[in-house]
Design a protein around this ligand. Structure first.
Ligand code: HEM
Length: 433
């Protein structure tokens, strides 16, 4: 008898549903998890197999880490592949392994230190603009501003001065559609893919000119596979660049958007940030900012309450079991950081914004797999260090000069799509400190 047939099937709510990154899936999971426990089996509407939702950190650890060789990326990536090509986020097997091996050293903390100045420059320019808005007593569309900031930072870290050349040639930033459109549908995918030739031309131009810049593109062109000694093929180079543009921009923008809202509602935490910012040397770098515990705790708490990647999935390659339950080969397994991060089994007063809960002395008995904003295991976010230093530097550089007051009268509503965003853009009033 095979191992799967010896064990039972996980409890199964009567309603059929194709789980996906949308609000209806979240509503159903919110209803099902308390009723069916830490694992439930969801029968599909149009797909061929039942899916599993796992919610216990031990089970999540088994899928993401202990038995990781048995799990590949899951359902829902077809649309993402249309947008990003076959970059790290969607690739699997030998291609993913080779690409991750080649890309990992580029995200080492020492290499990332080289981007500190660029992050600082972009933020100082933003603070100057916001200070002028403050002087006029006006407000900013924070969501839009952060989207533009994080896009500029990721583009300059990828292609540095070639961005200026593209802006000159097109009269504007050709990638700006990423900040103007929030939909990530087929029409958007077509527009975004139309930008691939610009990146291809940039690669060819650098080769022709023998030009090497201090950016990800040059590092990716120069790197060699340590096993084969080969360079990254152009197809992979293009797919990785397009993936990093999207992965490196929306997630950080959304986290900072929520963070400023949360700070505006918690004057005590905001005052602590001001004290930290005021005590620092003016030339503090982005990588140093990320090491400040108070700042990291604010960001972690925002990521706990509003993880941009609020739902993700894996697919079982072979039969497995989780606890007493069967996992037949081919099963899609869903993990929901949004619900995990708000589960009272792991978090005291889970709905309350309390950055101190991430202080080392407060977090001693928390399960490592109860907090997963960047996922875990071999496919965890490669950009975590980059994101944390970029976001920490932003908070410090703004907090030195300004406070942001929320102009709305109601709590912003979350929108559960591929990323967890605010449904409406946030309008904030910068005030000089
Ligand atoms: C707050 C910011 C960010 C969050 C919350 C975040 C979250 C995540 C999560 C949860 C995953 C794994 C998804 C899964 O397991 O299915 C992931 C993967 C990834 N992220 Fe991030 N990310 C952030 C910023 C960034 C940045 C700044 C970059 C690049 C500059 C980046 C590049 C990637 C890539 C390439 C992957 C795929 C890794 C692989 O599968 O090998 N991310 N991210």
């Amino acid at each position: 008898m095979d191992p799967v047939s010896k064990i039972q099937l996980a409890p199964n709510p009567p309603q059929r549903h194709d789980l996906d990154a949308d609000g209806e899936s979240l509503r159903l999971l919110q209803a099902w998890l308390p009723r069916y426990g830490n694992i439930c089996r969801v029968s599909p509407l149009t797909r061929t197999r039942d899916a599993l939702v796992i919610h216990h950190p031990d089970d999540i650890r088994q899928v993401l880490l202990v038995n990781r060789a048995n799990y590949t990326k899951g359902v829902g990536l077809e649309r993402v592949r249309m947008l990003l090509g076959n970059g790290l986020i969607v690739s699997d097997g030998a291609l993913w392994m080779r690409q991750r091996r080649m890309m990992q050293p580029l995200f080492h903390s020492q290499v990332l230190r080289g981007f500190s100045e660029l992050i600082r420059r972009e933020n100082l320019a933003l603070v100057e603009r916001w200070a002028e808005v403050a002087a006029r007593g006006e407000s900013i569309n924070l969501t839009r501003e952060l989207s533009e900031l994080t896009l500029a930072i990721v583009l300059r870290s990828l292609i540095s001065s070639d961005l200026d050349r593209l802006i000159d040639a097109h009269g504007e930033n050709p990638f700006a559609l990423l900040t103007r459109q929030s939909r990530r549908d087929l029409a958007f995918a077509a527009q975004f893919r139309a930008l691939v030739p610009l990146v291809r031309e940039t690669i060819e131009r650098r080769r022709r000119e023998g030009r090497i810049e201090h950016d990800f593109l040059s590092m990716m062109m120069e790197t060699r596979d340590r096993d084969t000694g080969e360079a990254m093929p152009d197809r992979a180079l293009l797919d990785e660049i397009m993936s990093l543009i999207v992965a490196g921009h929306e997630t950080t923008a959304s986290t900072l958007n929520w963070t400023w809202y949360l700070l505006s509602q918690h004057p005590d935490v905001e005052a602590g940030l001001h004290r930290t910012a005021d005590a620092l040397a003016p030339e503090l770098s982005a990588s140093e900012a990320a090491k400040l515990p108070e700042v990291a705790q604010i960001l972690e708490e925002a990521l706990r309450l509003y993880p941009p990647v609020w739902l993700f999935s894996r697919r079982a390659l072979r039969d497995d079991s989780i606890g007493a339950y069967a996992v037949p080969a081919g099963t899609d397994i869903f993990i929901c950081p949004y619900l995990l991060h708000r589960d009272p089994a792991h978090w005291h007063e889970p709905e309350v914004f309390q950055p101190r809960r991430f202080a080392p002395e407060e977090a001693t008995d928390r399960h490592r797999f109860a907090f997963l904003p960047f996922s875990a295991g071999p496919r965890h976010c490669i950009g975590e260090g980059f994101a944390m230093s970029e976001m920490a530097a932003h908070l410090i550089l703004v907090a030195r000069r300004l406070r942001l007051e929320y102009c709305g009268s109601t709590t912003p509503e979350p929108e559960f799509l591929i990323n967890l965003r605010t449904r409406q853009d946030l309008q904030m009033r910068p005030v000089a400190r």
